[in-house]
Ligand binder design. Structure first.
Ligand code: MG
Length: 164
Protein backbone atom coordinates (compact mmCIF):
# COMPACT_ATOMS: atom_id res chain seq x y z
CA UNK A 1 0.00 0.00 0.00
CA UNK A 2 1.16 3.50 -0.83
CA UNK A 3 0.43 6.68 1.09
CA UNK A 4 1.08 10.22 -0.17
CA UNK A 5 1.65 13.30 1.99
CA UNK A 6 1.79 16.99 1.12
CA UNK A 7 3.52 19.72 3.10
CA UNK A 8 3.74 23.48 2.75
CA UNK A 9 5.41 26.16 4.85
CA UNK A 10 6.19 29.86 4.64
CA UNK A 11 8.20 32.21 6.84
CA UNK A 12 8.76 35.94 6.69
CA UNK A 13 12.27 37.16 5.84
CA UNK A 14 14.11 39.91 7.71
CA UNK A 15 17.68 41.25 7.76
CA UNK A 16 19.98 39.90 10.46
CA UNK A 17 18.42 36.41 10.61
CA UNK A 18 19.85 33.10 9.44
CA UNK A 19 18.47 31.34 6.37
CA UNK A 20 18.31 27.55 6.71
CA UNK A 21 16.91 25.39 3.92
CA UNK A 22 16.85 21.61 4.15
CA UNK A 23 19.32 21.70 7.03
CA UNK A 24 21.84 23.76 5.05
CA UNK A 25 22.74 27.33 6.05
CA UNK A 26 22.40 29.55 2.98
CA UNK A 27 24.45 32.76 2.74
CA UNK A 28 21.82 35.51 2.57
CA UNK A 29 21.28 39.09 3.72
CA UNK A 30 17.77 38.02 4.78
CA UNK A 31 16.78 35.15 7.04
CA UNK A 32 13.62 33.53 8.35
CA UNK A 33 11.60 34.97 11.23
CA UNK A 34 10.67 31.92 13.32
CA UNK A 35 10.46 30.34 16.75
CA UNK A 36 12.72 27.51 15.55
CA UNK A 37 15.46 27.95 12.91
CA UNK A 38 12.68 28.72 10.37
CA UNK A 39 13.69 26.02 7.89
CA UNK A 40 10.63 26.00 5.60
CA UNK A 41 11.83 22.96 3.67
CA UNK A 42 12.24 20.80 6.77
CA UNK A 43 8.93 22.07 8.18
CA UNK A 44 7.11 21.21 4.93
CA UNK A 45 8.87 17.83 4.81
CA UNK A 46 7.80 17.11 8.40
CA UNK A 47 4.17 17.91 7.53
CA UNK A 48 4.34 15.81 4.36
CA UNK A 49 5.56 12.74 6.26
CA UNK A 50 3.01 13.26 9.03
CA UNK A 51 0.30 13.73 6.42
CA UNK A 52 1.13 10.47 4.68
CA UNK A 53 0.71 8.46 7.88
CA UNK A 54 -2.27 10.35 9.32
CA UNK A 55 0.02 11.72 12.04
CA UNK A 56 -1.42 15.23 12.39
CA UNK A 57 0.81 18.25 11.78
CA UNK A 58 4.01 19.91 12.95
CA UNK A 59 2.12 22.56 14.96
CA UNK A 60 0.42 19.91 17.10
CA UNK A 61 3.64 18.06 17.82
CA UNK A 62 5.91 21.09 18.24
CA UNK A 63 3.84 24.10 19.34
CA UNK A 64 5.67 27.41 18.80
CA UNK A 65 4.57 28.41 22.31
CA UNK A 66 6.83 25.68 23.73
CA UNK A 67 10.22 27.11 24.81
CA UNK A 68 11.85 23.72 24.11
CA UNK A 69 11.68 24.41 20.36
CA UNK A 70 12.99 28.00 20.48
CA UNK A 71 15.88 28.33 18.00
CA UNK A 72 15.84 24.55 17.54
CA UNK A 73 17.41 22.85 14.51
CA UNK A 74 14.45 21.64 12.47
CA UNK A 75 16.04 18.28 11.61
CA UNK A 76 14.59 17.25 14.98
CA UNK A 77 11.06 17.72 13.61
CA UNK A 78 11.75 15.61 10.52
CA UNK A 79 13.32 12.91 12.71
CA UNK A 80 10.21 12.83 14.89
CA UNK A 81 7.94 12.46 11.85
CA UNK A 82 10.16 9.81 10.22
CA UNK A 83 10.30 7.89 13.47
CA UNK A 84 6.48 7.96 13.73
CA UNK A 85 6.17 6.78 10.12
CA UNK A 86 8.71 3.99 10.58
CA UNK A 87 6.96 2.86 13.78
CA UNK A 88 3.75 2.54 11.75
CA UNK A 89 5.50 0.25 9.24
CA UNK A 90 6.21 2.71 6.43
CA UNK A 91 9.29 3.08 4.26
CA UNK A 92 10.18 6.04 2.07
CA UNK A 93 9.70 5.75 -1.69
CA UNK A 94 10.57 9.29 -2.76
CA UNK A 95 10.42 12.98 -1.95
CA UNK A 96 9.88 15.84 -4.36
CA UNK A 97 10.47 19.30 -2.91
CA UNK A 98 10.33 22.86 -4.22
CA UNK A 99 11.71 25.93 -2.46
CA UNK A 100 10.36 29.35 -3.46
CA UNK A 101 12.79 32.21 -2.88
CA UNK A 102 13.31 35.40 -4.84
CA UNK A 103 16.72 36.86 -3.99
CA UNK A 104 19.22 34.05 -3.45
CA UNK A 105 19.83 31.74 -6.41
CA UNK A 106 19.70 28.24 -4.93
CA UNK A 107 21.16 26.27 -7.83
CA UNK A 108 24.61 26.04 -6.14
CA UNK A 109 22.97 24.60 -3.00
CA UNK A 110 20.34 22.17 -4.31
CA UNK A 111 22.68 19.18 -4.39
CA UNK A 112 23.97 19.86 -0.88
CA UNK A 113 20.40 20.25 0.40
CA UNK A 114 19.31 16.97 -1.15
CA UNK A 115 22.38 15.22 0.35
CA UNK A 116 21.51 16.63 3.78
CA UNK A 117 17.89 15.44 3.44
CA UNK A 118 19.17 11.97 2.53
CA UNK A 119 21.48 12.07 5.56
CA UNK A 120 18.62 12.97 7.93
CA UNK A 121 16.19 10.41 6.49
CA UNK A 122 18.89 7.79 5.95
CA UNK A 123 18.94 7.27 9.71
CA UNK A 124 15.45 5.77 9.34
CA UNK A 125 15.25 4.23 5.87
CA UNK A 126 17.50 3.14 3.01
CA UNK A 127 17.29 6.01 0.49
CA UNK A 128 17.79 5.40 -3.21
CA UNK A 129 20.17 7.77 -4.99
CA UNK A 130 17.52 9.63 -6.96
CA UNK A 131 14.72 9.41 -4.36
CA UNK A 132 15.16 12.95 -3.01
CA UNK A 133 14.64 15.73 -5.52
CA UNK A 134 15.05 19.41 -4.61
CA UNK A 135 13.88 22.14 -6.96
CA UNK A 136 14.10 25.92 -6.59
CA UNK A 137 11.97 28.64 -8.11
CA UNK A 138 11.53 32.37 -7.83
CA UNK A 139 8.01 33.79 -7.74
CA UNK A 140 8.62 36.09 -10.72
CA UNK A 141 8.31 39.18 -8.47
CA UNK A 142 4.70 38.24 -7.58
CA UNK A 143 3.35 37.93 -4.01
CA UNK A 144 5.28 38.14 -0.72
CA UNK A 145 7.91 35.59 -1.81
CA UNK A 146 8.39 37.35 -5.13
CA UNK A 147 8.81 40.68 -3.34
CA UNK A 148 11.56 39.15 -1.19
CA UNK A 149 9.51 39.32 2.03
CA UNK A 150 9.14 35.56 2.54
CA UNK A 151 10.48 32.10 1.73
CA UNK A 152 8.24 29.08 1.22
CA UNK A 153 8.45 25.39 0.36
CA UNK A 154 6.23 22.60 -0.90
CA UNK A 155 7.04 18.94 -0.38
CA UNK A 156 5.30 15.79 -1.55
CA UNK A 157 6.29 12.44 -0.04
CA UNK A 158 5.40 8.89 -1.06
CA UNK A 159 5.62 6.18 1.57
CA UNK A 160 5.05 2.45 1.18
CA UNK A 161 3.77 -0.01 3.71
CA UNK A 162 4.29 -3.74 3.49
CA UNK A 163 2.21 -4.29 6.62
CA UNK A 164 -1.20 -3.47 5.12
MG1 MG B 1 7.54 26.74 9.77
Amino acid sequence: MYRVGLGFDIHRLEPGRELWLGGVKIPSALGAVAHSDGDVLLHALTDAILGAVGGGDIGERFPDTDPRWKGHASARFVEDAASAARDRGFTLVNIDATVFLQEVKLSPYKQRISERLKEILGAFWPIEGDAVNVKAKTMESCDAVGEGRAVSAQVVVLLASTAR
